[in-house]
Design a protein around this ligand. Structure first.
Ligand SMILES: Cc1ncc(C[n+]2csc(CCOP(=O)(O)OP(=O)(O)O)c2C)c(N)n1
Length: 587
């Protein structure tokens, strides 16, 4: 296994050797694990900084625990690269269809004890593991490793609240690198910083009826071993506070104070710059909405913006630093952010609430109970709608439209290009009720794309191309409209309609649709219980007599791959649609 302090980090690596390594050897192992992480991320992309920061802590865990018996659950699961490497998964084809997953996956290894992707579930899951252990009268340690960003989310507080009155013992390892995606925000991070300077602050944890150990230097193997051995012996649950450095070992990641190396696309190791120009030919909806927000903030003192923890990915860093008093990154806090937005709406402000589709799921109740029930002006900008590619099943942005269809008072729209986006945003600014706009992060621009020159009216669909008769109609939405347009622009028996308004569209749109003999509804951005089902329902209501076919994302969890692969796998790509549509109209 080991040849003169060089480790073979492949499927044959046996983590049991870690317990016998000298301090020098541990440092060599840690450098080599970091090198492999940098190599793989530079080739495939991934969560670089968090993974570099946690390597020594992970090695420290292997020295003190035995994961053939003990169970560890990593919060979010995005910083498990070192853990994967040390359990014989050297990140081959990282995040590709047949490669290593970017998160912990029970289906991938017996050492991944739980699945995650969304933040702050680790302590709750760990309490469940510990309860099951106690029920079965078994004897092993249950650990939750959680970041200083993740632990500030309400879900962790619910778990801690439960734990305080429970005699189940778990070990919480707080991986404190003072960063979430960007620098950690909020009161808890001040308390954590305070512990470093003022040991009395640690009583915040002690008072909560579990032990507190720390702060421990996460680069010091001896200190970690001492702390972990102590944690193993405590009777009560215990929190070990470990200080780590995000980006450790890679110059550009260490210098990053904004969060740009938290998640990277493939990059040149020597410069830290993206390998291919990922933006070539791509138009960013995220940047478009960030610029529209900037203009609105400048002209309207009542505009406020909220984005829980994803400001970098949503291209909001500049506008948030330009208007610090009216913009809020509240940390990982989707539920709080939604209620915060609703209450600003009640008080006469117009909140712009930016969330990724997948994380908006956390705010489902607050959207019903607060934003839409109170029916306040609130624009929800839903980024990363549709299939997301490499992040896989925990991050797909395909459920939001389906859940909006069961909620009153909220309009939902989707632009197919930047011009649509601008027109929809203009409507949202003066709309007095909740209005959600969902969009893919970007789309590929082609010279012969369809561009609408007409103004948009609230609730109206956009006719992309009209046929000479009422035989066939395609109702679709989002950037794939361009591919449909290219395929059928010269077919005078096909009408194409861009359903800009997916919800709260005018009744007359359904009446017009029902006049056609064959209707095909194609929604490659949402599950089949969303827009497609809604059109079926409404056509039924008006007594539609023709034929109808639908194509949307089936109700399955869609695992990682590139977006194109995922679309093909479930047959929602434009080519599959075109073939099926031709079959439909030729029957
Ligand atoms: C509910 C939810 N909201 C947002 C995210 C996006 N996200 C992924 S990693 C991350 C930062 C986590 O910070 P921390 O827990 O401190 O870990 P670090 O990456 O700094 O090591 C965020 C916000 C998420 N995964 N889940």
């Amino acid at each position: 296994m080991e040849t003169s302090k060089h480790f073979t980090l492949d499927e044959s690596f046996d983590f049991k050797i870690i317990k016998d390594l000298s301090l020098d050897e541990l440092n060599t192992l840690s450098n080599e694990v970091r090198e492999l992480i940098i190599d793989r991320c530079s080739e495939f992309g991934g969560h670089l900084s968090s993974n570099l920061g946690i390597v020594n802590l992970t090695i420290g865990l292997f020295r003190s625990f035995d994961f053939d018996r003990d169970k560890v659950i990593f919060d979010i699961g995005h910083y498990t690269y070192a853990y994967k490497i040390l359990t014989g998964r050297p990140l081959r084809n990282l995040r590709l269809e047949n490669g290593t997953d970017g998160f912990q996956r029970m289906s991938e290894s017996k050492y991944d004890f739980y699945d995650a992707g969304h933040s702050s579930t680790s302590i709750s899951a760990c309490v469940g593991f510990a309860k099951a252990r106690d029920f079965k009268r078994e004897n092993y340690h249950c650990l939750a490793v959680v970041g200083d960003g993740g632990i500030a989310n309400g879900l962790c507080f619910e778990a801690l609240n439960n734990l305080i009155v429970d005699n189940t013992k778990i070990i919480i390892i707080l991986n404190d690198n003072e960063m979430s995606i960007s620098p950690t925000i909020g009161g808890l991070s001040c308390i954590l910083k305070g512990i470093k300077y003022n040991p009395f602050a640690s009583y915040v944890f002690k008072d909560a009826n579990f032990e507190y150990i720390g702060p421990v230097d996460g680069d010091n193997f001896k200190e970690m071993a001492k702390a972990f051995e102590r944690a193993k012996k405590t009777k009560r649950s215990v929190l070990v506070h470990v200080k780590t450095k995000k980006g450790l070992g890679y110059k550009y990641a260490m210098e990053d104070k904004v969060g740009e190396f938290h998640y990277v696309n493939p990059f040149e190791k020597s410069t830290g710059h993206p390998k291919r120009n990922f933006k070539a030919g791509l138009i960013s909806f995220s940047e478009t909405f960030a610029n529209l927000l900037d203009e609105e903030m400048a002209s309207n003192r009542n505009a406020v913006a909220i984005c829980p923890s994803t400001t970098v990915g949503a291209s909001l860093t500049d506008v948030f630093s330009k208007y610090p008093l009216r913009t809020f990154d509240c940390g990982i806090s989707e539920e709080h952010s939604a209620v915060f937005a609703a209450s600003l709406g009640v008080n006469g402000y117009h909140p712009y609430l930016f969330m990724y589709s997948t994380f908006l799921q956390r705010a489902y109740d607050e959207i019903i109970h607060d934003i839409t029930r109170l029916n306040v002006p609130c624009t929800i900008l839903i980024d990363r709608a549709g299939l997301v590619g490499a992040d896989g099943e925990t991050h797909q942005g395909i459920y939001d439209d389906s859940f909006f269809f069961s909620i009153p008072n909220i309009a939902l729209a989707m632009p197919h290009d930047v011009e649509d986006a601008k027109k929809l945003f203009k409507i949202a600014k003066t709309y007095e009720h909740p209005f959600a706009i969902r969009f893919t992060p970007n789309y590929k621009y082609e010279e012969d794309d369809f561009v609408s020159t007409k103004p948009i009216k609230f609730g109206a669909w956009d006719v992309v191309k009209k046929s000479k008769n009422k035989k066939n109609i395609i109702l679709s939405l989002g950037p794939h409209i361009n591919g449909i347009y290219r395929a059928f622009k010269d077919n005078d028996e096909v009408t194409i309609v861009n359903a800009l308004f997916m919800k709260e569209y005018n009744e007359e749109e359904i009446l017009k649709l029902s006049k056609y003999k064959k209707v095909y509804v194609y929604d490659p951005y949402g599950v089949e219980t969303g827009f497609c089902s809604n059109i079926l329902l409404n056509l039924n209501k008006v007594g539609f007599k023709g034929k109808i076919r639908t194509r949307a994302i089936p109700l399955q969890y869609i695992t990682k791959g590139t977006k194109a692969e995922q679309e093909k796998r479930i047959s929602v790509d434009v080519e599959s649609f075109i073939a099926d549509f031709n079959d439909f109209i030729n029957q």
